[in-house]
Design a protein around this ligand. Structure first.
Ligand SMILES: [Fe+2]
Ligand SMILES: [Fe+2]
Length: 290
């Protein structure tokens, strides 16, 4: 008999996105900057997710609440699955000549430094911060006017699934940080500020490497950066402007991730996936519902 406690966090396994198919090199709107920005982000996920799991696992033995333990278990399972799928995409990027190994080695050093040199709770606090950022990206994934507008449907399906699961486990690291590691307000918001900066600086740093590896000339890269940075940072309608109010929520004393509103398409995705078992179908259903 299975005595496992059921949580609202559903680890879904063996999903097939068709990532070995004929996905164009510039799969996001045919735009090298947009595509490689998301690729640069995605490249860091397998190593990053391993770090998230390690930073939470350190505190698992101190958790006594059975439901919280079950949530930690399901959080780890979900992040493990995300790593597997984003690794498949990394293999594809490697074959395109993208310096995935270099980026992964950099991330590995950065996360090992955090786990080895910083106070024990800080990596967990960093994880809670990034989990907040990924949970609000979940909303942007489903907003077709924004982040993934014009994406290849297989890649959109990867991000839709990942977004759904990030939304489901958004409070796990935060709860371990508050209830178990007993981290206070100033550490939480200080590390969030650092996470917001490192997240952007590192992604743009990796993107620079990828665009160079793609063989664009200096002039071509200058034009790509001009249009790409405007896409990211324009004050009205830019990718980050859209997310800023949700990021700032985290700085409110008394904030809890359950205050993040459910992405509008969460239910549609879930119901379609439950019925069809097909993540592409589920992603399509959210486009129709948007
Ligand atoms: Fe994830
Ligand atoms: Fe996550």
């Amino acid at each position: 008999m299975n005595n496992e406690i059921k949580t609202h966090i559903v680890p879904r396994t063996d999903l097939d996105f068709g990532l070995d198919g004929d996905i164009p090199r510039y799969w996001l709107d045919g735009h090298p900057f947009k595509t490689r920005f998301v690729d640069a982000l995605s490249m860091t996920f397998p190593i990053g997710e391993r770090f998230f799991i390690s930073s939470v696992r350190r505190f698992r033995d101190r958790i006594t609440d059975k439901l919280q333990l079950a949530e930690v278990r399901d959080f780890m399972r979900q992040e493990g699955q995300h790593g597997i799928v984003h690794n498949q995409w990394n293999d594809r990027l490697r074959a395109q000549g993208v310096p995935v190994d270099e980026v992964e080695a950099f991330c590995d050093r950065f996360f090992k430094w955090q786990l080895g040199k910083l106070p024990q709770a800080w990596p967990l606090v960093y994880t809670a911060s990034v989990e907040h950022l990924t949970a609000i990206m979940a909303e942007a994934v489903f907003d077709n006017d924004n982040f993934l507008h014009g994406a290849d449907e297989r890649m959109r399906a990867v991000f839709a699934w990942h977004a759904v699961e990030e939304f489901e486990h958004k409070a796990v690291a935060f709860d371990v940080m508050q209830k178990t590691a007993k981290v206070g307000y100033f550490t939480r918001v200080g590390i969030m500020a650092a996470a917001v900066v490192t997240f952007q600086v590192l992604t743009l740093y990796f993107l620079r490497k990828v665009l160079k590896a793609d063989g664009f000339s200096f002039g071509q890269r200058a034009r790509l950066w001009a249009s790409g940075l405007w896409w990211l940072y324009k004050p009205f309608g830019g990718v980050f402007a859209h997310m800023t109010p949700s990021v700032l929520q985290y700085f409110k004393p008394g904030f809890h991730p359950t205050q993040i509103k459910e992405p509008s398409c969460y239910r549609v995705w879930n119901e379609t996936y439950e019925a069809s078992g097909d993540p592409l179908e589920a992603s399509r259903s959210t486009l129709l519902a948007a």
